[in-house]
Design a protein around this ligand. Structure first.
Ligand SMILES: N[C@@H](CCC(=O)N[C@@H](CS)C(=O)NCC(=O)O)C(=O)O
Length: 225
């Protein structure tokens, strides 16, 4: 039975699942679903109506973390959730930090005004609009970059210095900012900036970026700040 992921590639949560499955070498079918125009019966699979959702035969799941943890139990190798109890919890913490901390700001307050809104209206972002977003980036995103910079310390990866779901989540969330032309300055956050470049160069993310860039980079041009 083939796994099926339902979602849209603009979603950082969908991207996390896809990067995770690519790193694990898990094959899956992918059905494009917009949470704003879902197919009939979608709430049976995703009761909150959000993306991603997932099917393993008649077994339905929603929520990117639940999906990845299920897949990890079914496909333990290569491990992307640490075996050590504390490191496992730390990996979950980084998922939470990005999924509930960074993305709720990066999505509606950066990606939407700089990328989605100009795309829908076919109008460039106004000077005032850009200034508002810049303020959000400075006051809300920069402190998160400080934290992510310090947590990386001298390591290549966030937990146990091996690739884990924590790294995939941090990179997935940042791609939404990247589409909006918002990226950590390598002079100010050198470790985070280098980490993101390393992650984007991995075949898992390179493939996703190639797929997404075709669609989103054009819109970024409208938004560039
Ligand atoms: N905790 C969920 C969050 C999923 C989520 O918020 N997805 C967004 C798209 S990026 C969505 O479906 N939004 C539509 C809505 O909230 O109605 C996960 O990790 O999968």
């Amino acid at each position: 039975m083939t796994y099926k992921l339902l979602g849209a590639n603009v979603s950082p949560f969908v991207r996390k699942c896809r990067a995770y499955m690519a790193e694990k070498g898990i094959a899956y079918d992918y059905e494009q679903v917009s949470p704003f125009a879902p197919p009939e019966g979608y709430k049976k699979i995703s009761p909150l109506g959000k993306i991603p959702a997932f099917l393993d035969g008649d077994k339905a799941l929603a929520d990117s973390t639940a999906i990845c943890i299920y897949l990890e139990r079914c496909n333990p190798q290569p491990a992307l959730y640490p075996g050590d109890h504390y490191q496992y919890a730390r990996a979950l913490w980084f998922e939470e930090y990005i999924d509930s901390g960074l993305i709720p700001i990066a999505g509606p307050q950066v990606f939407r005004p700089l990328v989605l809104a100009p795309m829908m209206s076919q109008q460039p972002v106004t000077k005032e609009g850009k200034a508002e977003v810049l303020k959000v980036v400075e006051t809300a995103i920069h402190p998160m970059w400080e934290y992510l910079e310090s947590e990386l310390a001298s390591n290549q990866f966030y937990v146990g210095n091996v690739l884990s779901i924590a790294d995939l989540t941090v990179a997935s969330g940042h791609i939404s900012l990247r589409h909006a032309g918002v990226e950590p300055d390598a002079k100010r956050w050198p470790k985070l900036a280098a980490f993101l470049q390393r992650m984007y160069a991995r075949p898992s993310f390179a493939a996703l970026l190639a797929e997404e860039s075709e669609r989103w980079d054009k819109r970024q041009a409208l938004a560039k700040i």
